[in-house]
Design a protein around this ligand. Structure first.
Ligand code: FRU
Length: 467
């Protein structure tokens, strides 16, 4: 389709669905979501010249995956965001089938985007890592490919995450080798145009991992405290009793990257989030030194197309912005402090679980100190069970109708739950674990507890800023 035809289709689709999508009761009040169409990965997250920019994988033409565009939002405070003109449109020979995920850097005062040009053929596909720049007016100019497909890999090489270290640029790419093993490739750049492949620094069959998936997507490597953290999304890990239960995983390892030897030693893989929907997260370093993260509250599998919002012309949301810390070698995530500005009316409830209910948690923050066993029912669409073994999150699979459960084992001291009409983000013990999921209550956003445990709940209504 020509660029003109694409734009026409997008405009038609947008005007047709916008009112419908806007009036949907599952539309978030304070999370980022697409005006119309399907949103997936956060891309190009950066604080540039003081302002935060968040780009995202977007198909505005349909509630389906396909030739992705880059949408663009801008913010002064990580809470209030404004829509910017579309940043990247597919259609050139090197990105004909999608401007896939990537990152943003400040190249000496120029906001520069590195992304994957996805090109499909009748049989197979190839991938180009491409450069584009954004001028002061927000106008994006594509500079074309800077890296072609490296030898020994399939067409699944993508998702450049770029950072500066010393005198050079570095880039990690998710890749699949010809033996169908997921890998992370490290490149070094003298400029954003000139790159040298240094080698594989992590992957299936590397660093003692054994068989560990057929593809690794969306790598992100950054220093935090004394560690170099590598986040990535391995595909193809077999589900175990209480872990790796989503179709694909999103997790991390910590270790030391030796830049001169291009070697990375790391420890065990940990899931980043234990909920039903969380994938393809990306971080950036804020001007104040915080390591900030957005994740896609979605999961690329057949279940996603059973979301009821699809009929309303839009699908998926971003997570809330989170701050990362490293505590005894593990990543802790907490909602950024700025989100407290959304807090409205407050009440404190101190009761036995059995006699506790809240009639409206559509947009709410709950901070819960709990003792004993209890369960909380969110509008009949999600059950949170808390007992001495930890937490279980339970719902009906929207496609199969079967009950599905996610687990966290440990002692629950405190829970912070952020609710936004069709999403729950649960932070355990000040960020020790998180469980992020969509839920679609059919008959109102009530919350009813059961059980003998004693609860103390701080409940804030959260303001609407997106509607
Ligand atoms: C992850 C992902 C990326 C890819 C993008 C395409 O969700 O598959 O690997 O670049 O989505 O939209």
């Amino acid at each position: 389709m020509s660029e003109h035809a694409l734009l026409k289709k997008a405009l038609l689709n947008a005007t047709r669905s916008m009112t419908q999508a806007k009036n949907d009761g599952y539309r978030p009040g304070w999370h980022l979501s697409p005006l119309v169409g399907l949103l997936n990965d956060p891309n190009g997250f950066i604080q540039f010249a003081g302002q935060y920019h968040l780009f995202y994988q977007w198909n505005p033409l349909a509630c389906a995956h396909g030739a992705k565009w880059w949408g663009h939002w801008r913010s002064d405070d990580l809470v209030n965001w404004q829509n910017e003109p579309v940043a990247l449109l597919p259609g050139d020979v090197y990105d004909s089938h999608g401007c896939y995920s990537g990152s943003a850097v400040d190249d000496n005062g120029t906001l520069s985007l590195l992304y994957t040009g996805n090109v499909k053929f009748a049989q197979g596909r190839t991938a180009w890592q491409c450069l584009a720049t954004v001028d002061d007016a927000g106008e994006v100019t594509k500079a074309g490919p800077v890296i072609g497909l490296p030898e020994g890999y399939t067409g699944h090489v993508r998702d450049p995450k770029v950072w500066r270290h010393g005198e050079h640029w570095y880039m990690v790419l998710g890749a699949q080798n010809l033996q169908q093993q997921g890998k992370v490739l490290l490149y070094r750049g003298d400029t954003l145009q000139q790159w040298t492949l240094l080698g594989e620094i992590a992957g299936s069959h590397l660093n003692g991992l054994g068989e560990f998936g057929y593809m690794w997507e969306c790598p992100d490597l950054f220093a935090l405290g004394e560690q170099d953290v590598l986040m990535f999304c391995p595909q193809g890990l077999p589900a175990q009793a209480q872990r790796w239960l989503n179709t694909h995983q999103s997790g991390y390892v910590t270790g030391q990257l030796n830049y001169s030897k291009a070697a990375y030693q790391h420890g065990d893989f940990h899931e980043l989030d234990l909920g039903f929907e969380f994938y393809a997260p990306q971080t950036t370093l804020g001007d104040d030194g915080r390591r900030l993260l957005f994740g896609w509250v979605g999961m690329p599998d057949e279940n996603e197309f059973y979301d009821p919002t699809r009929e309303q012309g839009w699908m998926h949301i971003m997570s809330c912005p989170r701050e990362l810390r490293l505590v005894e070698g593990r990543l802790y995530q907490q909602p950024v402090d700025e989100l407290k500005s959304l807090r409205g009316a407050h009440q404190r409830l101190e009761e036995r679980a059995d006699s506790l209910a809240i009639t409206d948690v559509a947009q709410a923050e709950l901070v819960i100190s709990a003792e004993g066993s209890w369960q909380a029912d969110f509008g009949g669409a999600m059950l949170l069970i808390c007992d001495e073994s930890g937490l279980r999150l339970r719902r009906q699979n929207r496609r199969t109708g079967e009950t599905e459960t996610r687990y966290w084992s440990g002692q629950v001291r405190q829970l912070q739950i952020l609710c936004d009409r069709s999403s729950l983000e649960i932070f355990v013990n000040d960020g020790e674990a998180t469980l992020t999921s969509r839920y679609f209550p059919a008959e109102g956003h009530t919350l009813r507890w059961q059980g003998s445990g004693e609860l103390r709940v701080d409940h804030w209504q959260l303001q609407s800023i997106m509607l």
